[in-house]
Design a protein around this ligand. Structure first.
Ligand code: GSH
Length: 214
């Protein structure tokens, strides 16, 4: 397998965690998202992913985009340890937590959205940071309530082993820290984050431990 990723990309970070949890080490290809206007716009990469977004996982002749599709593919092809354990209702909760971050929070703060706010929308860096922190606060505050008020929350988001929900949460917290978003209001989220970061698969996947880190 081959992974096309970028050290700072949180969607790529999700996939790196998933690969580490499964004990898989694909060949790595780094796609710099800003150098020379962004290597995600190169013709060869665009052919693999017309969305021009990382990550992309190539398995044999097939290129898979979308981090959650990649993670579910890895889970189906390498079932242990499971990212979606338990009964259908357990899996529904894990998916709901994962999608709250991957579909509702993360896209609003993506690089191309922030760039568009700058040009052509003409928003200052302060205004863009306000936008960023607003959506992080809204997303994490709901996530905190969902974790705190559910007895199925354990050491991790759902039970005592890492699931897809933790894989989505951790990169989002790294982003929030980088943009100096206040995290004190989310003690349950941060307890789970700290537990995840003690797991070597999460720790080794973090941005500054990647070969392309700057
Ligand atoms: N829903 C996609 C999101 C992928 C995504 O937004 N990737 C970002 C990095 S985290 C990217 O490639 N951005 C490039 C750009 O905005 O031009 C997934 O989960 O894979």
């Amino acid at each position: 397998m081959q992974l096309f990723d970028y050290f700072r990309s949180s969607a790529s970070f999700r996939v790196r965690i998933g690969l580490n949890l499964k004990g898989l080490a694909p060949e790595r290809h780094f796609v710099h998202l800003t150098k020379g206007g962004g290597q995600q716009f190169d013709a060869a990469f665009t052919k693999m992913n017309p969305q021009q977004l990382v990550p992309v996982l190539v398995d044999g002749a097939e290129a898979i985009s979308q981090s959650l599709a990649i993670l579910e593919y890895l889970d189906e092809t390498h079932p242990e340890p499971s990212f979606l354990p338990g009964s259908p209702i357990d899996r529904a909760r894990i998916r709901a937590l994962s999608l709250a971050i991957a579909c509702d929070l993360h896209p609003l703060n993506n690089l191309r959205v922030l760039f568009y706010l700058k040009d052509p929308m003409g928003q200052s860096e302060d205004a863009r940071n306000t936008w960023y922190r607003h959506w992080v606060a809204k997303g994490l505050s709901a996530f905190e309530t969902a974790l705190k008020e559910d007895r199925r929350t354990g050491k991790f988001c759902h039970g005592d082993t890492p699931t897809l929900a933790d894989i989505c949460l951790v990169p989002q917290i790294f982003n929030a820290k980088r943009l100096e978003c206040p995290l004190d209001p989310y003690p349950t989220v941060m307890r789970v984050f700290d537990a995840c970061m003690k797991v070597p698969a999460f720790d080794a996947a973090q941005p500054m431990k990647q070969p392309d880190a700057e």
